[in-house]
Design a protein around this ligand. Structure first.
Ligand code: SF4
Ligand code: SF4
Ligand code: FES
Length: 256
C-alpha cells in the first residue's frame, strides 16, 4: 500500500487495480470501472446478492464475504460469484406436514453432512449453520428454524460445502414449517391480516412514514413478542437459540 496516496492494490479477475482505502469491496469494484449488473442488490447486507471469494496475499486460505459489507484490503485477490445455484425443490406447504423426517425427505443430501463446520465458518451472518443442518437431520424443525432465522440466502455456505447441501433452502423450509404448523395460532395476526384485506391502512402507513429514522428504530426495538404458556417471558428467537457472534479468527489456526 502507498501510505502517501492512500491507495491499495486489489486484484480482480486476474488484473491489478489501484483503489482508495476504506472502500467496500463492492465500491472498489465500481471504482475500478466495473458496472455491477448482477451480484448487487440492497448494498446493506440484507439481500445476499453479493457473495465474494477472496485470497489474501499472505494466506493460503480462500475467504468469503459479502462485497457490500467488507472493506477491500491491500493484496486482496477477488472473485465475484454472480449467484450460487439452488436446487429447486417444489412443495406445497399446505400439503406437507411438519414431521420429524419432513426436512430429510425434501433435502436427503443433509444426511451427507460430514460435520466439517465449513458452512458455519463461511457464513457472513455469523449463524450456526452446521447446527441448523444437524437439527434438520434430527427432525428438530423448531431449532432449525430458529438457528437459520437470520439467513439472507447468500449461498456462501453452499459454495463451500463438500456435501453440496443448499443450507438456505433447508432453513427456509424449516421456517415455513415452523411458522405454519408449530407456532401457536396468533389471533392478533389474523386480526391484522383482516385489517390489511380491507385496505384501510393509509392512515397507519402515513403515520409510519412521518417518523424519523430514530423513532422508527425505537418502535422496532420496543416491539413485543408473544409469550408462551410455559415461559412467561417475551420470546426472542435470537436470545434463545443463537450463541453470541463468534467470528472465526483464522490467525488461531495452525499454518502448515
Ligand atoms: S459445510 Fe456441509 S458437510 Fe460441512 S458441516 Fe456444513 S453442511 Fe455439513
Ligand atoms: S446460512 Fe448460508 S446462505 Fe444463509 S446467510 Fe449464512 S452463508 Fe449465507
Ligand atoms: S448487496 Fe445485498 S447483501 Fe450485499
Amino acid at each position: 500500500m502507498s501510505e502517501q496516496t492512500g491507495m491499495i492494490t486489489m486484484q480482480l479477475m486476474g488484473k491489478n487495480y489501484q483503489v482508495p482505502t476504506g472502500l467496500t469491496i463492492m465500491a472498489a469494484i465500481e471504482y475500478a470501472g466495473y458496472k455491477l449488473v448482477r451480484g448487487a442488490g440492497c448494498r446493506g447486507g440484507f439481500c445476499g446478492a453479493c457473495p465474494t471469494l477472496y485470497r489474501r496475499s499472505d494466506n493460503h486460505r480462500i475467504f468469503t464475504a459479502l462485497a457490500c459489507q467488507t472493506l477491500v484490503e491491500d493484496g486482496m485477490c477477488l472473485v465475484q460469484m454472480p449467484f450460487v445455484p439452488v436446487v429447486s425443490r417444489r412443495y406445497d406447504l399446505h400439503q406437507i406436514a411438519a414431521k420429524p423426517n419432513t426436512l430429510l425427505q425434501h433435502f436427503p443430501e443433509i444426511a451427507g453432512c460430514v460435520a466439517c463446520n465449513t458452512c458455519t465458518r463461511a457464513c457472513p451472518q455469523g449463524l450456526q449453520v452446521m447446527d441448523y443442518v444437524q437439527a434438520s437431520l434430527r427432525g428438530d424443525i423448531e431449532r432449525a428454524a430458529m438457528l437459520s432465522f437470520d439467513c439472507i440466502a447468500c449461498g456462501i455456505c453452499s459454495s463451500r460445502c463438500p456435501a453440496d447441501i443448499k443450507h438456505y433452502a433447508v432453513g427456509l423450509l424449516a421456517r415455513r414449517l415452523y411458522g405454519k404448523y408449530v407456532t401457536p395460532d396468533s389471533p392478533q395476526l389474523a386480526a391484522r391480516v383482516a385489517e390489511l384485506q380491507t385496505g384501510n391502512l393509509i392512515a397507519d402507513l402515513n403515520a409510519l412514514m412521518a417518523l424519523s429514522q430514530e423513532e422508527l428504530r425505537a418502535r422496532y426495538e420496543q416491539r413485543t413478542f408473544e409469550t408462551s404458556e410455559e415461559n412467561k417471558e417475551p420470546f426472542s428467537a435470537i436470545q434463545h437459540y443463537n450463541s453470541p457472534m463468534d467470528p472465526v479468527d483464522y490467525k488461531d489456526e495452525i499454518e502448515v
